[in-house]
Design a binder for this molecule. Structure first.
Ligand code: NAD
Ligand code: DAU
Length: 344
């Protein structure tokens, strides 16, 4: 299926803006309307350099029914990234997560139902809860059974992940009850350029660049399954254009790493001693391990990740934050002050 006029919600945020750059570069025939509220995590600068005749930014809320209807009626697909996305924030104040992630998604799928517009819902592996650490499993948990698949049980832990799980369930119900032309993807942890500095990897890189010691939660044993955001973009484009309506595809690049190892690699790449960090208060309810089995996406739709060398992906991410200090410096003090009030 080909789409000529797409709406990308949250396209001024981290993953959404990387997707907009990806589509603009690889599919110049596609017109993109970015619908973004420009919360603290959204930034017009993330779209700088793109041709304005191809990419239009509409500043607005996905829960604004009138605006959403006006935009959706002229589109042929909506790719839905907009969300409140940070677990730590959801533990302090869940309310914007409920409003944007649940009510916002509901508003979009109602509009897509009304105008019969294709919908792709971008979600997270966190809806499945967490897995035990491999070291705590017999045989260190080798084998596919120890990863999430699209058949895994929903079991979210935090206000963030439960709000994303709720939005997934709405989309699934709209497909079944109203024949909404939708697909869902659940991806693992992304890294790369334009990621807001509250998140683990950019926080530590910008800490080192600011002369602040990086901060590791708890033991650092928690495992995340890292994927470069460019691979997430190519996967979403593949699902949008080749995916089967009603299906859920899990996106991952076999990038399991524990937080301590990731932090030590950042320190090494930035010329710091491997123990130059502080251990801080752990996150309440901290998920232990995520791991994605993306066989379905690879075998049924022929997708393959390209940026699987984590070390070199991290090197180029460090380079990006080093060369784009104006992009993040203005927010650094406030972000660290908020963390420090929380003992983190
Ligand atoms: P982000 O916080 O960097 O960006 C979110 C964007 O959504 C921002 O531009 C913000 O302004 C916008 N937004 C927020 N509320 C809005 C509203 N009510 N109306 C319109 N726009 C609004 O998030 P991200 O890390 O880029 O995540 C994007 C999506 O991908 C989310 O749905 C998230 O759940 C999902 N996801 C993220 C990851 C990850 O590792 N970051 C992994 C898997 C899935
Ligand atoms: O798995 C996908 C999810 O990945 C997405 O749905 C979320 O939107 C995204 O934020 C991310 O969630 P995490 O909670 O895994 O990401 P975060 O960057 O907040 O933290 C990654 C790990 O690092 C986690 O185990 C907590 C830890 N951490 C985090 C910060 C900010 C630290 O040790 N120190 C820190 O300073």
């Amino acid at each position: 299926m080909e789409y000529k006029n797409i709406i990308v919600t949250g396209g001024a945020g981290f993953i959404g803006s990387n997707f907009v750059h990806y589509v603009a570069k690889n599919h110049p025939e596609v017109h993109i309307t970015v619908l973004d509220k420009l919360t603290y995590a959204g930034n017009k600068e993330n779209l700088a350099g793109l041709d304005k005749s191809q990419v239009e930014l509409v500043v607005g809320d996905i829960a604004d029914e009138k605006l959403v209807n006006e935009l959706v009626k002229d589109a042929d697909a909506v790719v839905h990234y907009a969300a409140e996305s940070h677990n730590d924030n959801s533990l302090k104040d869940p309310s914007p997560f409920i409003q944007t992630n649940i009510i916002g998604t509901y508003t979009l799928i109602e509009a897509c139902r009304k105008y019969n517009v294709r919908f792709h819902h971008v979600s997270t592996d966190e809806v499945y809860g967490d897995l035990p650490l491999r070291e705590d499993l017999p045989g260190h948990g080798e084998g596919i059974g120890e990863k999430f698949t699209s058949e895994s049980r929903y079991n979210p832990s935090s206000p963030y992940s439960s709000s994303k799980a709720s939005s997934d369930l709405l989309v699934k119900a709209w497909v079944r009850s109203f024949n909404l032309q939708a697909t869902i993807s659940n991806c693992s942890n992304n890294y790369g350029p334009y990621q807001y500095i509250e998140k683990f990897i950019p926080r530590q890189i910008t800490n080192v660049l600011s002369g602040i010691k990086p901060k590791l939660y708890g033991t650092g044993k928690n495992v995340r399954d890292w994927i470069h955001t460019e691979d997430h973009s190519s996967a979403v484009w593949t699902i949008l254009t080749k995916g089967k309506i009603g299906e859920t595809y899990l996106i991952g690049a076999d990038g399991e790493q524990n937080n301590k190892d990731v932090l030590e690699l950042i320190l090494e790449l930035m010329g710091q001693p491997s123990d130059a960090y502080d251990v801080v208060k752990d996150r309440p309810g901290h998920d232990l391990r995520y791991a994605i089995d993306s066989t379905k996406l690879r075998e049924e739709l022929g997708w393959k990740p390209q940026f699987t060398d984590f070390r070199s992906g991290l090197e180029s991410t460090i380079k990006w934050y080093t060369e784009n200090q104006d992009w993040w410096k203005k927010d650094k003090e406030l972000v660290e002050e908020t963390y420090s009030k929380n003992g983190q």
